[in-house]
Design a protein around this ligand. Structure first.
Ligand code: UN1
Length: 504
């Protein structure tokens, strides 16, 4: 394993992280690949929060008056720096989060894409012109910067989710205070460096546009509680969202929540099964089942269920599990021992509920020692039990049968989460029903595409316990700004709205 450890060191140093910055700190980071120590980083002292918040406020005062297209220039430079750092940052994502090379690089590509999107957006922060009911009056809507944005991110997309929020927040005129997962501080520190390179090239950006907090939940709590942070964008578990949302609501701040998912695919009798199998395997086992959008439930028409399960078992049997940095590997490790234990416990619970489990064992052969490598599991379930309704962040695919399409839709919607969903069918009535008001209740609903791997151009997020937030594309930017309605009277009269008379 020594040569691999050397590679991690090279990656870190290519990204500008010095040995001094990675030694002697209290937060020890072990790679999920092989348990090797990647770094010991210092944690942000809670006592520094006051100064960090003050700096962000001062940055806001300066940044909000910089013209938005000029703010976009900073994001254009960030996109350039990300292009230059793509290979190293992608590799560090693999080291720290355990993703296979292609998915690590894909995550950085997602960052580059959102930068491009945000640069265009910086010239399109449009408001409306509204017809006034009063003569000689004009109404319009203006979008203004809102203030510092607190961004809380999870280990599984350690850099892309930060970039969705940061690229948008910065073009919208808001500085960012970032609290990455304590499981992935190294990729965060690398992003801070990359960002600083863009700032240096930009020239006259205020200090403190991006500040990164390294450490545990106490820092996140301080951020969430602060009146100086009007917007909190938090990605992670539903449990975390339940803790964050009431605190932010109590101070009338705004939340953008992207929480748990329990994503399903309905496979109709007319589906192209060959294509469905490929989509299922990628979305159920890709990223070792650790995406918010991972496919967790398969709802299959009973007439094709046995055939589909047999095809899936065959596809699963040949999946290369191992070191994610080795060419050809498709399934890397889970993030830690607790995740492996949670997977095993979920499989036991599903069995107790009548499930038949295929796969799911711990793999120790031909994988690096010190990592948690698991066979992905297919679990045939007699019904949608409590375990199926619970998100387990691991490669478990529950399979259930259905007879009529409305029954399938009922199963699809009958979970607490509402992030992503899809249908595989060549029947346009089924496809359109799935997308209709009476169809999928999720934030994302696809036809003949798996539930994961969404493009940045669309708004990303979901309903119910997923939290309701939308990030990334479409008009998600509006959540990072405050809306102002303006009425201008260019007449010499002072008519009141609604015809009210008030003569003095
Ligand atoms: C997440 O898991 O938090 O759609 C984000 C996808 C990715 C983003 C996932 N573009 O799978």
């Amino acid at each position: 394993m020594k040569d691999i450890v050397m590679t991690a060191e090279t990656t870190l140093s290519n990204l500008g992280l010095t040995a001094a910055e990675l030694t002697g700190g209290t937060l020890k980071i072990h790679s999920p690949i092989d348990g090797s120590l990647l770094g010991e980083v210092p944690e942000t002292p809670a006592a520094e929060m006051g100064a960090i918040l003050a700096k962000s406020k001062a940055a806001f005062t300066a940044w909000r008056t910089v013209p938005a297209p000029r703010r976009g220039e900073l994001i254009r430079l960030l996109g350039e720096e990300l292009r230059a750092a793509k290979d190293d940052l992608g590799a560090l994502v693999s080291w720290e989060a355990g993703k296979i090379t292609s998915e690590g690089l894909g995550e950085v590509q997602e960052m580059i894409d959102i930068c491009d999107f945000a640069v265009g957006l910086s010239r399109q922060l449009y408001g409306l012109t509204i017809a006034s009911e009063r003569p000689g009056h004009r109404m319009m809507e203006t979008w203004h910067p809102a203030g510092p944005v607190g961004v809380i991110t999870a280990f599984n997309f350690p850099v892309a989710v930060w970039s969705w929020n940061t690229a948008l927040a910065l073009v919208c005129g808001d500085p960012v205070i970032w609290k990455p997962s304590e499981k992935s501080p190294l990729t965060a520190l690398a992003c801070q460096k990359i960002f600083e390179r863009a700032v240096a090239r930009f020239g006259d950006a205020p200090e403190g546009l991006l500040q990164t907090l390294i450490g545990g939940a106490d820092l996140g709590k301080a951020l969430v509680e602060s009146e100086d942070v009007p917007i909190i964008s938090a990605t992670g578990s539903t449990r975390m969202g339940r803790a964050v949302a009431p605190i932010v609501a109590a101070r009338f701040g705004k939340c953008i929540l992207e929480l748990g998912g329990n994503n399903a695919m309905i496979v109709g009798p007319s589906a192209d099964l060959e294509m469905a199998v490929r989509a299922i395997v990628f979305s159920a086992v890709g990223t070792a089942g650790q995406r918010c959008t991972t496919l967790r439930r398969l709802i299959v028409h009973n007439s094709i269920k046995d055939d589909l399960v047999a095809r899936l078992k065959k596809a699963y049997s040949g999946l290369p599990i191992g070191n994610p940095l080795t060419d050809g590997t498709l399934i890397g490790p889970l993030i830690d021992e607790a995740s492996g234990a949670a997977m095993t416990a979920a499989l036991e619970a599903a069995k107790a509920e009548g499930g038949t489990v295929h796969g799911g064992a711990r793999v120790t052969d031909r994988v690096p020692a010190g990592g948690v490598y698991m066979e992905p599991a297919i679990v045939e379930m007699p019904a949608q039990s409590e375990t199926v309704k619970t998100e387990t962040f691991a490669p478990i695919l529950y399979v259930m049968g259905y007879d009529d399409f409305s029954g399938a839709l009922e199963i699809q919607n009958n979970v607490p989460q509402g992030l992503s969903s899809c249908v595989f069918t060549l029947n346009m009535r089924e496809a359109e029903q799935f997308l209709s008001a009476a169809g999928s209740d999720c934030g994302i609903a696809n036809v003949n595409i798996g539930p994961s791997g969404a493009e940045i151009g669309g708004a990303f997020g979901g309903e119910k316990e997923t939290g309701g937030g939308r990030e990334s594309g479409s008009d998600a930017w509006k959540a990072y700004m405050r809306r102002q309605t303006n009425t201008v009277n260019y007449s010499a009269e002072l008519p009141l709205a609604q015809g009210v008379k008030f003569d003095i």
